[in-house]
Design a protein around this ligand. Structure first.
Ligand code: FPP
Length: 249
């Protein structure tokens, strides 16, 4: 019998080494829907429930940062109907959850090329960021219209501008200066990167930041991923021997 969720939660809390930052590539909504002979948008809608589950699970486990890959730059190339279904879901998620997220102490950040969002989606994003600005329990990074390489190009442009303006010397460019120009500036790097649906790819997500993250591939499709699955991933992380290129202590 699998361990009950509450016992698993107690065990990962007692262990103590809960990842400070978990990043998730939410994958498999389309296949989940196809298995049920339903349209892809139905899979995305069910995926929204899983988002709620992992936010609550992260709060309960004592995770400080949660990063979710909600919409990639490449996703703009999906059929117009699917893109608009995803954007409507984002607006719906914010309309439904913003007040509760604020009340739970979640602070939402939204990262990516937001200039491509429709005015209603951009307004929803602004609203959730403003309404949750005082949250201190969990930082929730939503990556929308995001690509890891584009983020590095953006940071490089900022560095070049700072050098040209005389604010930064070439020799002063180091890892910290690069990290400080990423969307995630001020946020610790992910300790654990989860990808659902069995795929073993980074798909251009947080390329710089996951340098030392532990990878966890779940065979579940995203809509089936719940807080119990999150605790399983954390328990697995706690069995890892993280060496950061050094030898074990
Ligand atoms: C990948 O599944 C999932 C996405 C492209 C979108 C993720 C969106 C959500 C979970 C819902 C809304 C999220 C928020 C934060 C409100 P896929 O479509 O690539 O699945 P497939 O690989 O099986 O086709």
């Amino acid at each position: 019998m699998t361990e009950p969720q509450s016992a698993l939660l107690a065990r990962i809390r007692v262990h103590g080494a809960v990842p400070r930052h978990i990043a998730i590539i939410m994958d498999g909504n389309g296949r989940w829907a196809r298995e049920r002979h339903m349209p892809r948008a139905f899979g995305h809608r069910s995926g929204m429930k899983a988002v709620r589950e992992v936010v609550e699970g992260a709060l309960e486990a004592g995770v400080e940062w949660l990063s979710l890959f909600a919409f990639s730059q490449e996703n703009w190339q999906r059929p117009e109907t699917e893109v608009s279904a995803l954007m409507s879901l984002l607006e719906e998620y914010i309309a439904r959850e913003a007040a509760e997220l604020a009340q739970q102490g979640v602070r939402v950040f939204v990262h990516g090329d937001l200039s491509r969002l429709s005015p209603p989606a951009a307004n929803a994003v602004k609203r959730v960021v403003d309404e949750t600005a005082t949250g201190t329990k969990l930082g929730l990074n939503l990556f929308i219209s995001y690509g890891g390489r584009a983020e590095l190009v953006r940071a490089t442009r900022q560095l070049a501008a700072d050098v040209l303006a005389g604010r930064l010397g070439v020799d002063a460019i180091n890892e910290e200066e690069i990290s400080a120009r990423l969307y995630t500036a001020g946020c610790p790097d992910p300790d654990l990167l989860i990808r659902t649906s069995g795929e073993q790819r980074l798909s251009n997500f947080l390329l710089w930041q996951v340098a030392y993250a532990e990878l966890y591939i779940s065979s579940l499709f995203w809509p089936d991923f719940d807080r119990g699955a999150l605790y399983e991933a954390i328990a697995d992380f706690q069995r890892r021997d993280r060496r950061f290129g050094k030898v074990s202590t």
